[in-house]
Design a protein around this ligand. Structure first.
Ligand code: MEV
Length: 445
């Protein structure tokens, strides 16, 4: 059967669906019906969603939930989260509530500098570039003024331009490293437009400047693009309280002192061992990504940057830190976060817009704080479970419910199964057998 096509993008949406289901599905009718059943009932909303991407067939749903009771810098938030993994929203909510009565989270934006690069080859003398860099910089700024004027009015723009000689690493390789302030926008389009303009100014400068006469063949602009590694666009989220205040009350699995000892050790292990660090940071990103996604931000950019930052000294390490001094427990997270609360999807996606409204329409720095606090909460909740009861206890209940849903258990069967599996290992087979048995017994009545 022919599974390739040219001109697919020009087909109407129903024709795209039809072609795909006929080529790739066992039961085209049912696949087509299912894909179409997820179209938005409101055509205008669907048009907006289709506008975000290309060749759309349907919408891919994820649960959109909320973690209430987040006290961050003295303000209460209900944090929107879009995530498919069970227990994540529950863990964030429980950590938020736990810290609500212990002073809440503090978030501090340390800096908001974004970066971009023009990568180029220069076969001429390095000295010549350096000597005329001042003139080049002025020309770069002048030629890009039509692009930067608006951003400058909002308080941002191009902060600095550096010329880097990287020819010791790659023959003839140089870079313009450009730093930007993009205020409340993530600024990807702005940065890339300015960098491409810089690339053409660089070419023109070498063509036109008398000092570079005949040298235009020695220059080649390779590419101009933002860097997703923004170690100076960074926020710190922290929690802190006396060790004894960590007690949870009757039924505590261990004393606060024992808890802190194991907790701090767990964080140190994530600093030492990259295998643990990856899992530890994954837990942080469970919270971070869910809010990044819910607010229409670029989670791939945030992940790429966070992991690059975690490996900044040459070894991949934990993004969070813990200290116990003078009887006080401190736990904090430094996270690079390049975010926007205007532009991009943030105001176009209806649910992203609602998420921002739910958060009180924060600017980008405030959102950085909220997201870092959610990441820290998630990390705290995961470590608390890991060093006390283990995470399977909580996870297994969700896992059980997922299996019961899959097996179409009734409400009564769910209640009985939760009771039955309270002290037993949950597996698909065990749940199926339990249901089969109780359904047979029910049939006998
Ligand atoms: C699971 O999604 C995340 C955890 O593995 C994080 C951790 O181990 O710290 C529980």
């Amino acid at each position: 059967m022919k599974k390739t096509i040219s001109g697919f993008s020009k087909l109407s949406k129903p024709d795209k669906v039809r072609w795909v289901v006929e080529q790739f599905f066992q039961d085209p009718e049912s696949a087509e019906g299912e894909l179409i059943s997820f179209w938005h009932r409101d055509e205008e909303q669907q048009r907006i969603l289709d506008g975000f991407s290309e060749n759309t067939l349907s919408n891919y749903y994820l649960p959109f939930g909320v973690a209430p009771n987040f006290l961050i810098n003295g303000r209460i938030y209900a944090v929107p989260m879009a995530i498919e993994e069970s227990s994540v929203v529950a863990a964030a909510s429980s950590a938020a509530k736990y810290w609500l009565s212990r002073g809440g989270f503090r978030a501090e934006v340390i800096s908001t500098k974004k970066l971009g690069q023009v990568h180029f080859s220069w076969k001429g003398e390095a000295q010549k570039l350096r000597r005329h860099f001042g003139e080049l910089e002025a020309r770069l700024r002048l030629d890009a003024a039509h692009l930067t004027a608006n951003m400058e009015q909002r308080g941002g723009g191009v902060l600095g331009i550096e010329l880097l000689d990287m020819s010791h690493l790659e023959p003839d390789y140089y870079q313009l490293k450009v730093s930007f302030e993009t205020c409340d926008s993530m600024g990807a389009n702005f940065i890339n437009s300015v960098l491409e303009e810089f690339g053409s100014t660089l070419r023109i400068f070498v063509q036109e400047h008398p000092a570079f006469e005949g040298a235009e063949q020695q220059l080649e602009v390779i590419m101009a693009i933002l860097s997703n590694y923004t170690p100076e666009c960074i926020v710190r989220a922290s929690v802190e309280c006396p060790v004894e205040a960590l007690a949870m009350g009757p039924g505590d699995p261990m004393s606060p002192e024992e808890f802190v000892r194991k907790f701090a050790k767990a964080v140190r292990i994530a600093h030492i061992d990259p295998h643990r660090a990856a899992t530890h940071n994954k837990g942080i990103f469970n919270g971070v990504d869910a809010v990044v996604l819910a607010t229409g931000n670029d989670f791939r950019a945030v992940e790429a940057c966070g992991h690059a930052y975690a490996a900044r000294d040459g070894q991949y390490r934990s993004l969070s830190h813990c200290a116990v001094e003078d009887g006080r427990f401190r736990f904090w997270l430094d996270l690079p976060l390049a975010l926007g609360t205007v532009g991009g999807l943030t105001r176009l996606h209806p649910i992203a817009r609602r998420s921002l409204e739910l958060l009180g329409n924060p600017g980008a720095p405030e959102l950085m704080g909220i997201i870092a606090a959610t990441g820290l909460a998630q990390n705290f909740a995961a470590l608390r479970s890991l060093v006390t009861t283990g995470i399977q206890k909580g996870h297994m209940k969700m896992h059980l419910m997922n299996i019961l849903n899959h097996l179409e258990a009734t409400e009564k069967e769910c209640r009985e199964a939760v009771e039955h599996f309270r002290d037993k290992v949950v597996s698909y087979k065990a749940v199926r057998e339990f249901l089969a048995m109780s359904r047979t017994e029910e049939g006998k009545k």
